[in-house]
Write a protein that binds this ligand. Structure first.
Ligand code: MG
Length: 400
């Protein structure tokens, strides 16, 4: 979702959306919930899948197609990612079509369609699929078959050894030029086809295979769920946790509102600053940069540079989050302490937390936000400004 400036310049002409199909009822993996909501490595399968798309710089929007019974589970699993939730249909094909129809207005150039129950896809797989669709119209992640393939009769008697040289196992994501796959789905409404690529093939569209991976398997059985847990634990054990702290102060000046955590709050004064003076987002940005040992906000966005004048501070935060994504890391949690006598912040707390969730992709349960005074002591006590302390933790691969 987050493009760095240079990537953005290169790719801003192409928009890309993801449709994650999560409407299935599959319970073969055991338990009484559909497999896409089963817990893997301490979180729902769907959340892990969504995160991989959300952290991909070329993916602009994410729609998750869900069953009507799963509304609450889906909201919880996608909390903070800003996904659109779309109602599924009675078959996968119809669910996928519903997801495509729901983005008719936005009409992205490329759409990726992915099974929620494949949580171990990688950014490289997504890139290969997008590039394939861009060049050829339709692309399917898959793996060439290496086993010898036998065809049998009903009594399992071998009829022939099938040449395997050109056989692939198809996975998802499957990527398409949006207008092509939407049209193909409309034309395929009376046919029952097994995947979106088959829908494209039925419409006579050329489809290419791109590189998938063994880890990009679909969780179907209880064994699959166990394998998924092992992979998740391996990922966790090969990461380290980094902590960062940030601190910022802005003074009051004449004005009628302050901006804190992206929330406009009416007040007798404004905060003085080069940008929108969102002292909370500045402290948070510095905390993230601190965890990465990547300098500070002043280095990345110098006061002397006129391009940052009046800019909304979420631009600064986004840049810090881009650096986290570039290092294949992710935020674990954040905790802010806002220090001032006035304005009173308690009534704005929920709105600020929601903004932080939307900006960072964290679930609201991983966002701490406290407001305190300094008992009328010091500059905050005298009402001269607002101070904010921020602490974040990040998880990054151990090689970093
Ligand atoms: Mg500042």
């Amino acid at each position: 979702m987050r493009a760095t400036l240079s990537e953005h310049a290169l790719r801003s002409t192409m928009s890309c959306a993801a449709v994650i199909v999560a409407a299935g009822r599959g319970r073969r993996a055991g338990g009484d919930i559909p497999k896409q909501y089963a817990s893997v490595g301490g979180e729902p399968v769907l959340r892990r899948t969504v995160r991989t798309f959300a952290s991909h710089p070329r993916v602009d929007t994410i729609s998750v197609v869900i069953h009507s019974d799963d509304q609450r589970d889906a909201e919880e699993a996608t909390d903070g990612f800003g996904c659109h939730l779309v109602r599924g249909g009675p078959t996968r094909q119809e669910s996928s079509f519903n997801g495509l129809k729901a983005m008719e207005k936005a009409a992205p150039d490329i759409v990726l369609i992915h099974d929620a129950a494949r949580p171990f896809l990688s950014h490289a797989i997504i890139d290969a699929a997008i590039d394939g669709a861009n060049r050829h119209g339709a692309a399917v992640a898959g793996i060439p078959i290496v086993d010898t393939i036998k065809a049998t009769d009903a009594a399992f008697q071998v009829l022939e050894t099938v040449p395997r040289e050109r056989l692939w196992r198809a996975q998802t994501p499957q990527a398409f030029r949006y207008s092509l796959i939407l049209g193909a789905h409309q034309a395929a409404r009376t046919k029952a086809l097994t995947d979106d690529a088959a829908v494209a093939e039925a419409a006579g569209l050329p489809v290419v295979m791109t590189e998938g991976s063994e880890e990009n398997f679909k969780i179907t059985t209880a064994d699959d769920l166990q394998r998924a847990n092992q992979l998740a634990i391996r990922d966790i054990s090969s990461t380290v946790t980094l902590i960062g702290s940030g601190f910022d102060v802005h003074a009051f000046e004449d004005g009628d509102h302050v901006t804190l955590c992206g929330e406009r709050i009416a007040h007798s004064h404004a905060l003085k600053g080069h940008s929108d003076a969102d002292v909370a987002l500045h402290a948070l940005t510095d905390a993230i940069l601190g965890a990465l040992a990547a300098g500070d906000i002043g280095q990345h966005f110098p006061d002397s540079d006129p391009q940052w004048r009046g800019v909304a501070s979420d631009v600064f935060l986004q840049r810090a989050l881009d650096l986290v994504a570039e290092r294949k890391g992710r935020l674990i949690n954040l905790d802010l302490t806002l220090i001032c006598e006035r304005p009173r912040l308690q009534v704005h707390r929920d709105a600020m937390i929601r903004n932080l969730a939307a900006l960072t992709g964290l679930t609201t349960r991983r966002i701490g936000l406290k407001a305190t005074t300094t008992e009328k002591l010091g500059f905050t006590g005298r009402g001269e400004g607002i101070a904010v302390q921020a602490v974040v933790s990040l998880s990054v691969p151990d090689e970093y």
